[in-house]
Write a protein that binds this ligand. Structure first.
Ligand code: CP
Length: 319
């Protein structure tokens, strides 16, 4: 594996290797071994054309905990605002000796273009491209599910689990990444969304689709309920794209305390963040004992350490 661009590229063995490696990374952090020498001498560039809190900070923390040098590049305040192209930005990073480029971009396919454009010699890690993919998010989600829902996690997949992904699937790279990874790992996936927020051409996706959260809670024995952010910034269709209305959306798809209490006792509540509290999730649900939302963020560091390690730690790691 040279790049990490999409969960569709990951075999079951690839995914298990990343999750097992992340478990080892997490163990070092829990033992308060804050810094490993593994990537000493390597340079990781965080190239962010879109805003981010969790992904950017956790990739930075992951690279630093592996002793890599980190360069943070934000499109705001850079020569991108003067019209510099992705190609010329990439060539500049290559000239600075980037061993890995972590890229977030508003355009679906930007990470592929960067990886396969012939401009960089190093690895590309997709930190979210448009509505397409966010592979490390779904890996940290799988890691979190494994920790809570699988009794002997090492080497295990997620077979037998049912994961409901709720909300704005249309604009969600998190949903796309998770559908494919969870299927690869043996879980059953149920998408819960209004018809207006389900992508056209979803039929071949390996999942069920239902159109209210109450229906999903009644019909499925849900182990993990993943709430998606309503991405109003991507709804540019003249005001008509967000249907139903926000109030109707909350009534049909929002997770509140009452719905949460109708889930199986062991079920966990997830959200990739950032949350719209009061729209897709209530404060009661987000802050409840069942919520693993803050833990997802912490697990992101271990998963990103694993991804960087496997891509960059020489021939042995790169197989
Ligand atoms: N989950 C996620 O990608 O969050 P950020 O946009 O804050 O990175």
């Amino acid at each position: 594996m040279r790049h990490l661009l999409s969960t569709k590229d990951l075999s079951r063995d690839d995914a298990i290797l990343i999750l097992d490696t992340a478990a080892q990374m997490a163990a070092t952090q829990e033992r308060e071994v804050r810094k490993l020498p593994t990537l000493r001498g390597k340079t990781v560039v965080n190239l962010f054309f879109e805003d981010s809190t969790r992904t950017r900070i956790s990739f930075e923390a992951a690279a630093k905990r592996l002793s890599a040098d980190v360069i943070n590049f934000s499109a705001k305040g850079s020569s991108v605002s003067k019209g510099e192209s992705l190609k010329d930005t990439a060539l500049t990073l290559q000239a600075m000796g980037a061993d890995a480029v972590v890229v977030r971009h508003w355009a679906s396919g930007a990470a592929y273009q960067l990886a396969h454009g012939g401009w960089l010699h190093g690895s590309v890690l997709n930190a979210g491209d448009g509505t397409h993919q966010h592979p490390t998010q779904s890996l940290l989600d799988a890691f979190t599910m494994r920790r809570h829902l699988v009794s002997d996690p090492t080497g295990a997949d997620l077979a037998g689990l049912t994961v409901a992904i709720v909300g704005d699937v249309l604009h969600s790279r998190v949903a796309r990444s998770n559908v494919h990874l969870l299927h690869t790992l043996g879980a059953k996936v149920v998408l819960v969304a209004p018809a207006t927020l389900v992508p056209v051409g979803i039929e071949p996706w390996p999942c069920d689709v239902v159109h209210t959260l109450d229906e999903a809670i009644e019909a499925y024995d849900i182990d993990a309920l993943m709430m998606l952010r309503v991405q109003r910034e991507r709804m540019t269709g003249g005001g008509s794209a967000f249907f139903p209305s926000p109030a109707e959306y909350t009534r049909l798809f929002g997770l509140d305390g009452d719905r949460m209490r109708r889930l199986p006792d062991h079920a966990i509540v997830m959200h990739p963040g950032p949350m719209n509290r009061g729209l897709e999730i209530s404060a009661e649900a987000a802050d409840s004992d069942r919520s693993v939302i803050v833990e997802q963020v912490a697990n992101g560091v271990a998963v990103r350490m694993a991804a960087l390690y496997l891509l960059l730690a020489g021939e042995e790691g790169a197989q």
